[in-house]
Ligand binder design. Structure first.
Ligand code: NAD
Length: 293
């Protein structure tokens, strides 16, 4: 099946990089964002920018979404625009937003009934992975739709894992980000302890990274964004709070008790003043901050 015209909805930190990657790899890419300031960087990357959703929904072979919330995805596809009415071909929607599995499954069923498909395909790797086409994608949906979307998935990712049926990608991503959220809290505390006990955080992390306490937080995030005091990863504390909330809601829905992660969630909630939603999420591990949780 033809897979040439790709629509990208949401051209933020992640969506713009993904759209640019697809354009650089030969796809014809049309991008939509409610924020007009995304036009110039999109056009500079070879993406046709449109403010008319129908330009994408009526002609794209596949649609990549990169929006804050699951309900934003449902809104653009079924309320602001109407993919459900399209009849000329099956359109695969690749939703890379970090979303909740219940909303994904409901939307997947609605699109499926209209002859289309929704893959939940949340990503790990940040804006640099999006811009370089080296993301990890965790994909939920039918195997035949995963196969249909393969040219787009492989252009965007170093690894696209078909996790299971609809919603499974969202579950994997929420599990991943719940761990990162808790690791960041623990990492800030660990570095604060080290400094207080006379060993610099930098020296302690160098040791941890050769020992059993290491993680992506200690190996990637701390050296890149915390120790050099740059805090410019391109992922906001507000979006991480959303992910923690979704993970804890999933725990409540499934009746699982997560006392440690629930406490990490409380810490993320209680630090809104010192680490506002617009701040970089790695601020949570800022061991220099006096009023950290
Ligand atoms: P962002 O805030 O930078 O970008 C979101 C974009 O969506 C913005 O440009 C905004 O104007 C646009 N938008 C919002 N509502 C819209 C609508 N109704 N129609 C069209 N455009 C709309 O966010 P981001 O960091 O790019 O994250 C996007 C998604 O990817 C989120 O679900 C996030 O949790 C997830 N994610 C982000 C990262 C990261 O490192 N930034 C990594 C993995 C996953």
């Amino acid at each position: 099946m033809r897979m040439e015209q790709i629509g990208v909805i949401g051209l933020g930190n992640m969506g713009l990089g993904m759209a640019a990657t697809l354009a650089a790899k030969g796809f014809t890419v049309t991008g939509f964002d409610i924020n007009e300031t995304r036009r110039a960087p999109a056009e500079a990357a070879g993406i046709r920018f449109t403010t008319t959703l129908a330009d994408i929904l009526s002609s794209a072979d596949a649609i990549v979404c990169s929006l804050p919330l699951a309900r934003d995805v449902e809104q653009v596809l079924t309320t602001d625009g109407d993919l459900l009415e399209r009849r000329d071909r099956k359109v695969v929607v690749i939703d890379t937003s970090t979303s909740d599995p219940a909303t994904t499954r409901r939307l997947a069923a609605r699109l499926g009934a209209a002859g289309h498909a929704l893959l939940d395909a949340p990503v790990s790797g940040g804006p640099s992975g999006a811009a370089q086409g080296t993301l990890t994608m965790m994909v939920g949906g039918a195997a035949e739709d995963f196969a249909l979307a393969e040219p787009v998935l492989s252009a965007l990712s170093a690894k696209a894992i078909h996790v299971g049926p609809s919603g499974a990608g969202n579950v994997a991503k929420l599990v991943n980000n719940m761990l990162v959220a808790a690791h960041l809290v623990a990492m800030g505390e660990a570095m604060r302890l080290s400094e207080a006990a006379g060993l610099s955080a930098q020296e302690a992390i160098a040791v941890v990274n050769t020992a059993s306490g290491r993680s992506a937080v200690s190996e990637v995030m701390v050296p890149r964004w915390v120790l050099p005091n740059t805090f410019d990863s391109g992922f906001s504390a507000g979006l991480m709070r959303k992910d923690v909330r979704l993970a804890l809601e999933l725990a409540a829905e499934t009746g699982v008790s997560l006392p440690l992660c629930a406490h990490a969630g409380e810490i993320w909630g209680a630090t809104r003043t010192s680490i506002p939603d617009t701040a970089d999420f790695t601020r949570m591990a800022d061991y220099r901050a006096k009023d950290a949780a």
